[in-house]
Design a binder for this molecule. Structure first.
Ligand code: NAI
Length: 254
């Protein structure tokens, strides 16, 4: 690792996979990785704007990119696409497991299908991505996993009713910490816990008003304000960090 901090933050020569990269936080993270010089595998699900974005970033930053259509709640899809990335890029240095979804309704109003949908994307998806990329990390002898959890892993934010979502994020945080210990000899694992950000997921009046009323900074975060944190965790500036859960919430949880 270089001693100069700007050299530590460079991702030149690293291969980064970002899932949920078509929108919101994932797109900002994929941009951050490209801007820092990494080659980037863009995983998207439904929004194929990711394909064009990946091409644009390859040209503007002279990096290699490739878009992959993946359903993280399908184990075969995840396993197959991890194999494809390794075939195309030769290795995976960093995997950002960011895809997620929320159904904001009280449990008494949720159908069992709605419950299962959140579990399959937010819990099964995190397990499938972690397990299959972990096999690659172990074989390589190095790797770096970053999981997007939420401040709602720690607190129940009122007035947004999302009991199942909150619990899925508690799973993500504790699973990530457990993997940091399990994989200590070959990979780092860290967790990012955002507060209210101005994405599709955060677009409801409930989220906007709550951020305005209750966060110390009195507003939602913009996705450009989360790029540096993911860059730091993906880079060699954070080589002593593993098992950390970093809140970025405008001073909401205090
Ligand atoms: P978003 O709705 O803009 O993006 C979510 C992404 O996940 C989309 O690209 C979507 O295609 C992808 N996705 C959903 N289901 C998928 C599946 N089955 N397979 C593959 N990809 C799938 O929302 P946002 O805000 O960018 O969310 C990113 C992460 O940040 C999520 O894990 C979310 O829970 C978390 N988060 C967001 C907060 C916010 O206020 N926006 C607060 C705390 C956490």
């Amino acid at each position: 690792t270089p001693t100069n901090v700007f050299e530590q933050l460079s991702l030149k020569g690293k291969v980064v996979v970002v899932n949920g990269a078509a929108d919101g936080i994932g797109l900002a993270v994929a941009e951050a990785m490209a801007e820092a010089g990494a080659d980037v595998a863009f995983w998207y699900n439904s929004n194929d704007a990711a394909i064009k974005k990946a091409q644009e970033l390859a040209t503007s930053h002279s990096i290699k990119t490739q878009a992959y259509k993946v359903d993280v709640s399908n184990a075969d899809s995840v396993q197959k696409n991890i194999t494809q990335v390794v075939k195309a890029f030769g290795k995976i240095d960093v995997f950002v497991a960011n895809a997620g979804m929320a159904i904001s309704k009280p449990i008494l109003e949720q159908t069992l299908e709605e419950y299962h949908k959140q579990m399959t994307v937010n819990v099964d998806g995190i397990v499938y991505c972690s397990k299959f990329v972990g096999e690659v990390f172990k074989r390589q002898g190095f790797g770096n996993l970053i999981l997007t959890s939420s401040m709602s892993a720690k607190i129940v934010n009122v007035p947004v009713d999302q009991p199942v979502y909150n619990a899925t994020k508690a799973f993500v945080t504790h699973f990530g910490k457990s993997l940091a210990r399990e994989w200590r000899e070959f990979a780092r694992v860290n967790i990012v816990s955002p507060g209210f950000f101005d994405t599709k997921m955060g677009a409801s009046p409930g989220c906007i008003n709550e951020a305005y009323r209750m966060s110390s900074l009195g507003r939602q975060g913009h996705t450009k304000e989360i790029k540096g944190l993911y860059l730091y965790l993906a880079s060699d500036a954070s080589t002593y960090m593993t098992g950390s859960d970093v809140l970025i919430d405008g001073g909401y949880v205090l």
